[in-house]
Design a protein around this ligand. Structure first.
Ligand SMILES: NC(=O)C1=CN([C@@H]2O[C@H](COP(=O)(O)OP(=O)(O)OC[C@H]3O[C@@H](n4cnc5c(N)ncnc54)[C@H](OP(=O)(O)O)[C@@H]3O)[C@@H](O)[C@H]2O)C=CC1
Ligand SMILES: O=C(CO)COP(=O)(O)O
Length: 307
């Protein structure tokens, strides 16, 4: 059945998702601040409102949508991978707070938009407390090139996509310093342990992090120069400053902001996040890439599974 879909954010990801839905014959209206269509006109009568806005714009856009005419049955989908700097909330928590009577679905997975735009195969996850809503979104995007799974742990799916961005920065540093395959395997594996430790405190299920939206996205983003977060780390290792890197980066690297929010959460909730802490200190120019490596290697010895 053809759906009317409003996609908010005409960046790399919003445009790619719009093309996937159009290829399945859905009616798609795309909104961005630079576009010709008003937000009011784009969301009017939409059965699905999908946000692919960068984290820094989500709260403001959600408030603007609230003042528009929205059908009571409209499903909200969020594809943003970040945490709110002021409240530390996830995007789905923001949308659900502003629209408490609507279903909210998280869409997240190993989805480098450039590969999907080229027609290469990929898989993703749509997660919601409302299974029927997740199934509607699954049908909208599923195709022979885009395999969509449902999941009932939206916060876990969302945090997998968000927390791996910090590990992708660390992986870029690792590769930029040419530390080798063993080091990269250790970093990504301990990164997953750290993601699970944080995610559990923030309300996610452990098993979700072993799926596409957790391990899957971690592998994709930590191993691809197409990832903006990976690029930030790689270029930091080559001696560029963060300001220089961000000035020439094609699009958003959410891991920079996420890292700051995680340090705030780490202090408030007393969660040990050694890799995140070193990425934070590197971004803040408190350590060099080589010093960050030494700090991680020379931590107190401990059993592997002692979380
Ligand atoms: N690219 C990818 O491969 C993937 C990205 N994502 C996630 O999707 C989100 C968007 O990424 P991506 O599309 O790549 O990023 P881009 O930088 O390409 O696009 C960001 C979009 O957000 C909009 N935006 C930014 N700030 C505001 C604001 N304050 N108010 C309104 N709109 C705003 C931009 O609008 P404007 O053009 O007007 O500036 C633009 O449409 C991120 O959270 C990212 O982690 C998830 C999966 C894959
Ligand atoms: O989330 C992504 C792939 O799943 C995109 O990664 P970047 O935001 O680092 O480019």
């Amino acid at each position: 059945m053809t759906k009317t879909i409003a996609i908010l954010g005409a960046g790399a990801w919003g445009t790619t998702l719009a093309n996937l839905a159009r290829a399945n014959d859905h009616q798609v209206r795309l909104w961005s601040r630079q576009g010709d269509l008003s937000l009011e006109d784009v969301v009017k009568n939409a059965e699905i409102v999908l946000s692919a806005i960068s984290m820094k714009g989500v709260q403001d856009v959600a408030l603007s949508v609230k003042s528009c005419q929205i059908s009571p049955q409209t499903i909200f989908v969020t594809a943003t991978k970040g945490l709110d700097a002021k409240t530390t909330r996830t995007p789905s928590q923001i949308w659900q707070t502003e629209f408490p009577d609507h279903s909210v679905v998280v869409l997240s997975g190993p989805n480098l938009s450039e590969e999907i735009s080229q027609g290469l195969p990929a898989a993703t996850v749509v997660a919601s407390k409302n299974t029927a809503a997740a199934q509607v979104v699954q049908q909208v995007f599923s195709s022979g090139r885009f395999r969509v799974y449902t999941n009932s742990d939206p916060v876990g799916v969302e945090l997998g996509g968000t927390l791996k961005n910090v590990m992708a920065i660390a992986s870029g540093v690792c590769d930029g310093l040419h530390l080798g395959t063993n080091a990269k395997a250790a970093l990504v594996t301990r990164g997953l342990t750290e993601i699970i430790r944080i995610g559990k405190v923030l309300g996610a299920k452990t098993e979700t992090f072993y799926g596409l939206s957790g391990l899957g996205d971690l592998l994709a983003t930590c191993n691809s120069p197409l990832s903006r977060n990976y690029q930030v780390g790689y270029q930091l290792a080559s001696g560029k400053t963060l300001t220089e890197i961000l000035a020439s980066l094609p699009g958003t690297a959410e891991g920079v902001n996420t890292c700051q929010v995680l340090m705030q959460i780490s202090q408030e909730q007393n969660i040990t996040m050694p890799i995140t802490e070193q990425v934070y200190r590197l971004l803040e120019t408190q350590v060099t890439p080589k010093q960050a490596l030494d700090e991680l290697m020379l931590r107190d010895t401990k059993p592997e599974y002692h979380q």
